[in-house]
Write a protein that binds this ligand. Structure first.
Ligand SMILES: Cc1ncc(COP(=O)(O)O)c(C=O)c1O
Length: 350
């Protein structure tokens, strides 16, 4: 293939590196729900299969109604996607002009960079500060060309959050012509009382979009469904740009049912809260350097080559994530699993 045929920005793109899945092994690599899918979602999927010959609702209206009730915002303030990364792409396609700057934290989820480059935006990277998103440095990186700022809260892969107070101060300096995207893929796991209320800004009509997903807390990573929340004027163009039937019937039905699966969601939250405490106490005993997490994974700074470590773990039956592809070659990310899975990881670590 002749490289020169490719658009310039596409030549620079590195392919997304997913967590590995190997049958029979314990997977603590992709922050999936260790209990599997929500049982209510599974039931809804089975029911929906008899309608598979009919196109899905192009706007996922039932789901948007359910989200509207959950968040007390009009249904027009929600857009659904084939995973939240689909919404990132549609957002970039809707708003990025060639040469627009997109501010992204370094060492974070790579899809922000991917979608920015696909649409000829210039990704501007800002260092993390002590492995956390540095809102001050991000503010300082704003120029007249800035179009979008991607923030991740809790941050992947470090599990840290920026607080409500920090976000409020940050928002005071954001000009109206910049879109602030807050990726809250792990919001449902947060225990801190200082987690920002991004919806407050959406209600004020600011150019802010929160991204959420059913892939993590709700256990539906494999069916692909996520959503964006934003002022309806900001979201309206996304409905023109997205592919008409981007969210399939099974995903829509599953998501509506999962939102309502109280028992499953409580179990998921409790397991995660207990799992992280277990990891903290074991890591403390081993004097391992880690970050306290508000998500369903823990960042461990191994201070030795992570890729080799991850390989040796796979040989022993546990898949964790080396953060080499995140630009952190000496660190790993471990998803919080079931107690026996966590224990197995710790025993290998020892
Ligand atoms: C921060 C962050 N955002 C978004 C996603 C992707 O979510 P989805 O499965 O909804 O595309 C992930 C998945 O790992 C993530 O870590």
């Amino acid at each position: 293939m002749n490289e020169s045929l490719l658009r310039k920005n596409i030549r620079e793109i590195k392919a997304y590196v997913p967590g590995k899945t190997i049958s029979g092994l314990i997977k603590l690599a992709s922050n999936e729900n260790p209990f599997g899918p929500s049982p209510k979602a599974l039931e809804a999927i089975k029911k929906e299969t008899s309608n598979l010959h009919i196109y899905p609702d192009q706007s996922s209206n039932k789901l948007r109604e359910a989200l509207s009730n959950k968040f007390s915002l009009p249904a027009e303030c929600f857009v659904c996607g084939n995973g939240s990364d689909d919404i990132m792409q549609v957002l970039a396609a809707s708003y990025i002009n060639q040469g627009d700057e997109v501010i992204i934290s370094k060492n974070t989820f790579s899809v922000y960079e991917l979608v920015s480059k696909i649409y000829d935006g210039n990704a501007v990277f800002v260092d993390l500060k002590e492995f956390a998103v540095d809102l001050g440095a991000i503010s300082s990186a704003i120029t007249s060309k800035t179009k979008i700022i991607f923030l991740t809260n809790p941050n992947n892969p470090t599990g840290t959050i920026f607080t409500a107070g920090e976000f409020d101060s940050f928002m005071k300096n954001i000009p109206e012509n910049i879109i602030v995207v807050v990726d809250e893929a792990y919001a449902e796991f947060v225990e801190s009382k200082d987690y920002p209320d991004v919806l407050k800004y959406i209600k004020q009509g600011r150019n802010v979009i929160a991204l959420r997903t059913f892939s993590k807390f709700y256990g539906l990573a494999g069916i692909r469904i996520g959503y964006g929340i934003g002022p309806k004027e900001l979201l309206a163009p996304l409905f023109k740009v997205k592919m008409p039937f981007n969210v399939n019937r099974l995903a829509q039905a599953a998501a509506v049912a999962a939102l309502d699966d109280k028992k499953f969601l409580e179990k998921t939250f409790k397991n995660n809260a207990e799992g992280k405490k277990y990891f903290y106490s074991e890591f403390d005993k081993l004097e391992i350097d880690y970050k306290k997490t508000e998500a369903n994974f823990i960042f461990v700074n191994l201070k030795r080559p992570a890729e080799e470590f991850a390989k040796s773990m796979v040989e022993k039956g546990v898949i964790i994530r080396s953060l080499q592809s995140f630009g952190l070659p000496q660190a790993i990310r471990v998803s919080i699993g079931l107690p026996a899975q966590n224990k197995k990881f710790v025993s290998l670590l020892k």
